[in-house]
Design a protein around this ligand. Sequence first.
Ligand code: AR6
Length: 172
Amino acid sequence: MPTAMEVFQSDITTLQVDALVNAANSSLLGGGGVDGAIHRAAGPQLLAECRLLKGCEVGKAKITQAYQLPAKFVIHTVGPVWRGGNHQEAALLASCYQESLKLARRYRIKSIAFPAISCGVYGYPIDQAAVVAIQTVQLFLRSWETKLEIVYFVCFDKLVFNVYRKILGSLT
Ligand code: AR6
């Protein structure tokens, strides 16, 4: 069975999936946006485990437990800050999705939910970021055998949801 990809408008912290992806910063010690929401919902044990990880580079990913969240794991990845598009932003953003999916594969994860990494505070234009997100996930799933049954792209607002839906629709 091929892995399904679905777009969802929701607060990612409410989802009962094997893994949630967090759009973190390189300290992994929390912040605003989706990172803040995940830490608030998971509780202080998440921050305690994150402290042991000693940070994370842009484009890389690290995994923790999910504590009070309904998910089983949190995969923390650090997206690039948008600096006009000529600073490896697309490659680094693609790497966030690849490295998160590599961890999902290693942990035999069946369902994973991605937020729109870098599209908030980090300023990545959503229409470009959504193409990178969807194409990278699609390529990974074609290239590697995984236990993944479903990949969710979770959009907080309608605008982001509509962009993803249009791009996914144009591919199928
Ligand atoms: N569920 C799903 N998506 C959300 C949620 C939520 N609860 N909250 C926000 N979003 P951002 P970034 C969307 O700023 O751009 C943090 O301070 C949001 O609408 O969370 O990668 C970190 O610590 C947007 O579309 O992440 C870093 O310092 C998307 O998630 C920095 O922000 C990403 O927005 C990372 O910035």
